[in-house]
Design a protein around this ligand. Structure first.
Ligand code: ADP
Ligand code: ASP
Ligand code: MG
Length: 417
């Protein structure tokens, strides 16, 4: 059994969906489980809907209709017969979504977010599954919420591995082609949960782990894992082969081509991960497996934008010690702030953090009761793995460096653009 994952960019329009079919025709589709994300930028658009709902904005209905229109166009482009069941199915998914929004009484933002956002994946997989069946790529559609069980940590749910393993082993055969959703799961009461933005790669790894798959391939709009994000760096080069260890490091520091949670389950069972181009599916791409780094390492550049550099110092000139630090970290955990870098001196403590859930405003006032708080918003965190003189110049040129940290393999720089 192989697991393939196709992300939003690969199914952003009818051409994209047809291209996925062509990829399968070229590389085979027997005994393959396809994990598919929401189409194009649908997840962002649905986030807009949730925002409008809580804001009681007049734009709520328009934002929903925009998403309907976008999918409708893809349907019209893919299916000649307007009587096809797919039109009915997609309409009823949108009706269910609108019904949920009209009737919901929960004030819990994260809960509502997950119930709404998940429609992106449900709708996209419904369209692709019908289309593939129509053109002879026979497949079975699975509702992933019947297999991936999680806790109730909405927007960043944790997988219940035991239950998930049991459900998959019992109900998913290994000899057919399946289509299912990335990124979503369900809690003990069967409410929908999500695994964190960009989490579809992780879903592919969860299935692969539970099924003991022979490999996972994530199909991307780039030739594989490059030594830098081509959106921000010129002349990025392809890494043909890397180890799980190197891939985990790159993903952890923010190489967004692989979701950071993807590697652990694969590495545990030594399931190889291939990152390949959906534009040139026959090229090798990158293979990630055990102990396979090619030497020598070339410098790898990673950038995380929109970070916050926070510095805390004591009000009375006392040292910032373990007790303070553990208290500060407990607060970061409670407010779901992700810490990407730490540096401390005798009386001050600096961290580079990511405020995905917009909680910093609230936390700031709590910290201010005990510490002098200063911060820079909107800074960038650059990481260079296997740095050399020249690579440091590439990053530092024309930027103001706010903080720098060097270890044997890795250099990190926080800059203001
Ligand atoms: P998906 O369609 O699966 O969601 P993503 O857009 O999340 O795909 O990931 C692919 C993108 O990741 C690329 O278009 C590229 O801009 C970005 N990227 C970031 N770092 C790297 C890297 N080191 N190598 C290749 N692509 C990278
Ligand atoms: N659709 C989700 C997102 O955009 C999950 C994914 O694409 O991986 O975050
Ligand atoms: Mg993505």
């Amino acid at each position: 059994m192989r697991v393939f994952k196709f992300g939003g960019a690969s199914v952003k329009d009818a051409e994209g969906v047809k291209n996925v079919a062509s990829v399968l025709a070229q590389v085979g589709h027997d005994k393959t489980l396809l994990v598919i994300s929401a189409m194009g930028k649908t997840t962002n658009a649905l986030e807009g809907v949730v925002h409008n709902y809580f804001d009681k904005s007049n734009e709520l209905n328009a934002s929903l209709q925009e998403i309907r229109k976008y999918h409708n166009q893809i349907l019209i482009d893919l299916f000649d017969n307007e009587e096809h069941d797919v039109f009915f199915d997609i309409n009823s998914h949108f009706d269910d979504l609108e019904y949920f929004i009209r009737s919901n009484k929960s004030p819990n933002y994260n809960f509502v977010y997950d119930q709404v956002i998940s429609y992106g994946e449900i709708i996209s997989t419904t369209i692709v599954s019908h289309y593939f069946n129509e053109i002879g790529l026979k497949n079975t559609w699975l509702d992933v919420r019947n297999f991936i069980k999680t806790d109730t940590n909405y927007r960043d749910a944790n997988v219940d591995w035991n239950q998930t393993q049991q459900l998959i082993t019992k109900n998913v055969a290994k000899n057919t082609m399946y289509i299912t959703q990335g990124f979503i799961g369900s809690d003990p009461n069967n409410f929908t949960t999500t695994l964190g933005r960009e989490g579809s790669d992780y879903t592919a790894a969860i299935f692969a782990y539970c099924m003991g798959a022979q490999s996972v391939t994530i199909w991307k709009d780039v030739p594989g894992v490059l030594n830098a994000d081509p959106r921000y760096f010129e002349n990025a080069i392809l890494l043909n082969q890397i180890s799980y260890r190197e891939a985990i490091e790159l993903a952890f520091y923010g190489a967004s081509v692989i979701h950071p949670k993807t590697l652990q389950p694969l590495q545990k069972k030594e399931i190889p991960l291939y990152v390949k181009s959906f534009i040139n599916p026959l090229l090798n791409g990158t293979s990630v497996s055990k102990g396979a780094d090619l030497e020598p390492h070339s410098p790898c550049f990673i950038v995380k934008k929109n970070q916050l550099l926070l510095s805390l110092s004591s009000l009375d000139f006392s040292f910032i010690m373990e007790d303070h630090i553990s208290e500060i970290f407990a607060l970061f955990h409670q407010y779901k702030l992700k810490v990407n870098l730490i540096q401390n001196t005798a009386i001050s403590f600096s961290v580079c953090i990511e405020d995905k859930f917009n909680n910093f405003g609230e936390l700031k006032s709590i910290l201010a009761k005990k510490f002098k708080v200063s911060y820079n918003e909107n800074v960038s965190l650059y990481t260079i793995r296997h740095f050399d003189e020249n690579s440091i110049k590439v990053v530092e040129t024309n930027k103001t460096v706010l903080l720098k940290q060097i270890s044997r393999e890795t250099l990190q720089i926080i800059t203001k653009e």
